[in-house]
Ligand binder design. Structure first.
Ligand code: SAH
Length: 268
């Protein structure tokens, strides 16, 4: 395979070159002629090609890099079921006019992978415009996403993701499957929106806010930080049956959602 342009670190350009892995990723989404796909960061189109081979109804391709965008345009724009955008995915996620029940693929630029995921979670409209996110993360980040309480990886990211998404781990991908070879291995995860999630929040950002406060000292008991959120913190804790002597990683996901709701009710 030829790569005409110098790969840009700043755009997280590590291209997947292992055919077998590409096939495995593409098959996760069960693409057929009724499905619309959105691909984040197409690069040289390695994944794009294999997605197209499954004959989707339509594929929307986002690529921020001008050079790579023109490469993609030259190679794919003659097809009628493809739409290309030279754009930043972070500006696209909130756009509600893309369609419905879209399957999203992305071998994500690592430097903004959690930022991208957070945007997918914090959408105002729910259920959102996508049906499945099939995303590749740096292995360490994936471990934080799927972490359970009482482990060192458990934290804000796992709490936020589990709030509205059903998460599935598929497989790890060795760094040798990429060009240029990154320093770390990767993991493919997929996410389906929970249709009737239990803890509705008027403003999803509240969950980000309260977890930021409560996780600001991982090793300490939460009582001090909890009292920053609630004036009558002892009463609130009693209502929630929350032990303020716990460290933040000892609490389960649900209690964070309950705290967020309490906080929201307080704001009125
Ligand atoms: N899917 C390709 C490329 C993965 S590398 C493959 O697997 O081979 C990540 C790609 O995302 C690069 O092409 C990079 O230019 C692009 N990218 C980086 N930041 C982006 C952003 N904010 N929006 C859209 N694309 C971006």
């Amino acid at each position: 395979m030829i790569f005409p342009y110098q790969p840009k670190k700043s755009l997280g350009q590590n291209f997947l070159v292992d055919e077998n892995i590409i096939n495995k990723i593409v098959s996760i989404g069960n693409i057929n002629k009724d499905k619309t796909v959105l691909e984040i960061g197409a690069g040289y189109g390695n994944l794009t090609k294999k997605i197209l081979a499954k004959n989707p109804h339509k594929i929307l391709v986002i690529e921020k890099d001008k050079n790579l965008f023109s490469f993609i345009k030259e190679n794919f724009s003659n097809l009628k079921n493809i739409k290309l955008f030279n754009s930043d995915i972070l500006k696209i996620i909130e756009n509600n006019t893309l369609g419905k029940k879209i399957i999203v693929y992305g071998n994500l630029p690592y430097n903004i992978s959690t930022q991208i995921l957070a945007k997918f979670i914090l959408l105002k409209k729910w259920p959102p415009w996508y049906d499945n996110l099939i995303l590749m993360f740096q292995k360490e980040v994936a471990e934080r996403i799927i972490a359970k309480k009482n482990t060192k990886n458990f934290g804000r990211l796992s709490i936020l993701c589990n709030w509205r998404l059903e998460i599935e781990k598929h497989f790890d991908v060795s760094k040798n499957c990429f060009y240029p070879k990154p320093k770390v291995n990767s993991t493919v995860l997929s996410f389906k929106p929970k249709k009737n999630y239990e803890f509705y929040l008027k403003d999803p950002k509240i969950l980000e806010f309260i977890t930021r406060i409560l996780f600001s000292n991982r090793r300490k008991m939460i009582n001090k930080n909890f009292s920053k959120l609630f004036k009558n913190s002892i009463d609130v804790a009693r209502e929630l049956e929350l032990d303020l002597n716990c460290r933040p990683e000892q609490l389960n996901n649900e209690i964070y959602y309950k705290i967020a709701k309490k906080y929201e009710n307080l704001l009125g």
